[in-house]
Design a protein around this ligand. Sequence first.
Ligand code: PLP
Length: 382
Amino acid sequence: MWAGLSPGAAPEVTGPVTADYDFRVGLPDARLFPYDVWRPLIARELRLSGTGAVGYGDPVGHAGLRAALARHIGLSRGVRAGPDDLLVTTGTQQGLDLVGRVLLEPGDRVVVEEPGYPPARLPFLAQGAVVTGVPVDAEGLLVDAIPPDTRAVYVTPAHQFPLGMPMSLRRRTALLRWAWRHGAAVIEDDYDSEFRFGGRPVETLQSLDRSGHVIYVGSFSKVMMPSLRLGFLVAPAGLRTALRTAKYAADWHTAVATQAALARFVDDGLFARHIRRMQHTYAVRHRIVVGALTGRFADLAEPVPSAAGLHVTAFTRGPLADPRALAARARGARASGVAVHTLAEVAADRSARPGLVFGYGSISAPDIEPGLQRTLGEPREP
Ligand SMILES: Cc1ncc(COP(=O)(O)O)c(C=O)c1O
């Protein structure tokens, strides 16, 4: 059942990189992580474990962390959840795996976005599901194109991966109505929307859902760092017991010291401070990327409008509209020290429209324009 599946972007974003200009997608700026405040929090929790004060934890997660997170996502994203609605995971990937285990039977159909996030398909395929790509347009997933026998729909409404636009309110409402009519589940992957750059955020599917069809999946990979392997999910009450059992079966619980340290980090206001600081940093980088693509490089690239997250996708045009020319240019850029990916490389859909994905989590602001120039070639004369 795994045959023919390319995990796509996943292997590319792991491991050290030695590029002069790092546009890899999906990575936050590890240089700006607040190690000085995180280190004593972790040390304290490990010391407590060492005294035997802490043993095995609850599969649903650390109670203090669940309470802190419920408050945080209520305030920041309008997610309607109490601590008992939350389950702490080792990241989105585990969240999707647990959801797949409790929802799917072999042969069930799961719809994913096309182009979309390749790793999301793996846990569904592992359950023997049939994974069907449904195209997205400027408003998000084409709800009318979802096959009627679909059991679950996986979407990235806040910041579509990899294109970057938000799902419109009209499309969100249509998706929820569709799920309700067909008795299907909607899996909402909200992976990087803490970082917003203007505009009013559209309500999450979870907060719009009145019939208990949405499972909301969150991650700390962007807002903290991916190697922590921390995330959470918010599920309707009817799935809670099954999810708890699935988590228990999978790995009993996520590391207690990390959860407890994060709970303190949130409760002491350090998390909010870190988000504010990174929000400012990424807003500057987002503005520089979009400004250069719509200005100096407008003959070669057309960025997809986006107002959140850690990457901007641009369709390529002119000499780079040809997929072979684009692939050659990307190879050339990599050979000359730029870590950058084409849209086809990060999306499961190899026939994606020619484009490039510019992650700005790991590149400093002054390096952005020279990096774009080395990637795209000489811009037109002003
Ligand atoms: C669409 C999407 N969802 C989720 C994640 C985060 O996954 P995890 O929490 O497993 O690190 C990423 C990371 O790049 C992503 O692009």
